[in-house]
Design a protein around this ligand. Structure first.
Ligand code: PGA
Length: 241
């Protein structure tokens, strides 16, 4: 049995006023038949943890535990603030901060060392998709950004086609199933969970979460409001009831 999870990624959104949304989601998470985690801006992690019992994560961490790295946040700092999880290798980090696989791999090791569970993001760009390079890109990203030592307890993979993030576009069911099977065959342990991410919302969650090999979702836009995120938790429960 692989872990089933719905993870929210708030990205650079949310202030103290939005802790009310965290509380609403937390109430639904308490009785959920799957894992639920919210990856919040670092500024909200401590107050969210103090407010609710649910799992909270960060969205990035530095590869070092401390030092002269102005503006960065380390994995032990996230842990100390109350996070149990961290998203690493998100395409927006790769794009905005020119992160490459080797840096992502170093961050994964730092996160494990701090006791954080990693959601490692991989996925092809639109140009790579159009050129038919999807599977090759996924193979290279797994080889380059997932160090030895991944277990179902410390790591999940999120397949996020870059062109599907925030666009309302999604791959076909066949494409998602094929990508997940391809990824699974390249993981050190086939029991690692693989989430799909990219424009998941209440309208398409049931269909996507029911696909073979899809163990959950990583959700951006629809995770920002309880009205759109809680239905995804229910869709996950229904898909594997
Ligand atoms: P989206 O973002 O759900 O808004 O497409 C997903 C993600 O970037 O994790």
């Amino acid at each position: 049995m692989r872990r089933r999870i719905v993870a929210g990624n708030w990205k650079m959104n949310g202030t103290v006023a939005d802790l009310a949304t965290v509380a609403e989601i937390s109430t639904a998470a308490k009785t959920a038949a799957c894992e639920v985690v919210l990856c919040l801006p670092a500024t909200l992690i401590r107050s969210a943890r103090n407010l609710v019992g649910m799992e909270i994560g960060g969205q990035d961490c530095h590869a070092r535990a401390e030092g002269a790295h102005t503006g960065d946040i380390s994995a032990p700092m996230l842990r100390n603030a109350g996070a149990g999880w961290v998203i690493l290798g998100h395409s927006e980090r790769r794009r905005d901060h020119a992160e490459i696989d080797a840096q992502v791999a170093a961050k994964v090791l730092a996160a494990w060392e701090a006791g954080l569970t990693v959601i490692l993001c991989i996925g092809e760009t639109e140009a790579q998709y159009r050129a038919g390079e999807t599977l090759g890109v996924l193979a290279a990203q797994i080889a380059g950004s997932l160090p030895e030592g991944a277990t179902p307890a410390n790591t999940m993979i999120a397949y996020e086609p870059v062109w599907a993030i925030g666009t309302g576009l999604t791959p076909s069911s066949d494409e998602i199933t094929r990508a997940h099977a391809f990824i699974r065959a390249r993981l050190p342990d086939p029991a690692l969970s693989i989430l799909y991410g990219g424009s998941v919302g209440p309208a398409n969650a049931a269909a996507i979460l029911a696909l073979r090999g899809v163990d959950g979702a990583l959700v951006g836009g629809a995770s920002l409001a309880s009205e759109t995120f809680i239905p995804l938790i229910h869709a996950m429960e229904a898909a594997h009831a």
